[in-house]
Design a protein. Structure first.
Length: 76
């Protein structure tokens, strides 16, 4: 992608145990929290991504590169 089409405020999240888009669609509107040693970022699940249970989450600020491959907490 080019730099004009990237959205650094959104990221894709895969939850364990969710294997279909139908189950991922039920998570829309819930909040997720990513914690680091110094930062805590809260985002909101915007929608399903694909058919295998991944979701898109939008954060207020851009997610840092250290967040790739780490664990997020699902809030209700």
């Amino acid at each position: 992608m080019g730099p004009k089409s990237q959205t650094s405020k959104e990221c894709l999240i895969e939850f364990t145990g969710i294997v279909s888009a139908g189950l991922a669609g039920k998570l829309v509107g819930k909040k997720v929290t990513w914690k680091n040693d110094t930062k805590t970022m809260t985002g909101k699940i915007m929608g399903a991504h694909g058919k295998n249970g991944m979701v898109r989450a939008r954060f207020v600020h851009g997610v840092p590169g250290q967040a790739i491959g780490t664990i997020v907490k699902l809030n209700s």
